[in-house]
Design a binder for this molecule. Structure first.
Ligand code: 8DG
Length: 132
């Protein structure tokens, strides 16, 4: 099975994280963290800065790696590097996504996350709980 290597940004502001809803494709309507496929020669951090500028017109600071998620979808294996990020400049303009929400610890389960994101959500919950 082919492997797709992806980066995802868990953008934090105060006690909230930013989630986006897919507007197209196989996973349309599912909730995820903004990001996308790495390109040849890029570091994960470089890929993430590029993707967030493309998708949200926003410049981010890439922080700590939360987890590298490995997940088997029917058509491919996903390897997804997930980082906490903060906004340097910009206003999170939705250029590709259907919708977006700022979620707190209490509302983390209120959206339908993509299958690969379930384990990641538990890790984020642990981190947010410690900070609360
Ligand atoms: N960005 C992102 N992708 C995720 C998450 N969870 C998850 O399973 N994915 C999957 C969905 C896609 O198959 C892949 C991301 O690739 P992508 O954003 O380039 O998606 P795409 O298939 O729409 O690609 P393309 O049309 O732009 O080439 O990773 C997540 O939290 N964030």
């Amino acid at each position: 099975m082919k492997t797709i290597e992806v980066v995802a940004a868990v953008i934090r502001h105060e006690d909230k994280i930013f989630a986006t809803q897919r507007g197209y494709g196989d996973f349309e309507g599912g909730w995820e963290f903004p990001g996308g496929k790495m390109e040849a020669g890029e570091t994960p951090q470089e890929a993430l800065v590029r993707e967030i500028m493309e998708e949200l017109d926003t410049e981010i600071e890439v922080g700590d790696l939360i987890d590298t998620v490995e997940y088997d979808y029917p058509k491919f294996h996903l390897k997804m590097h997930c980082f906490f990020c903060t906004i340097k400049s910009g206003h999170l303009v939705l250029k590709e996504h259907e919708a977006a929400k700022w979620l707190t610890l209490e509302t983390l389960d209120s959206v339908a996350w993509l299958p690969a994101d379930q384990g990641l959500i538990e890790k984020i919950r642990t981190v947010l709980t410690k900070k609360a």
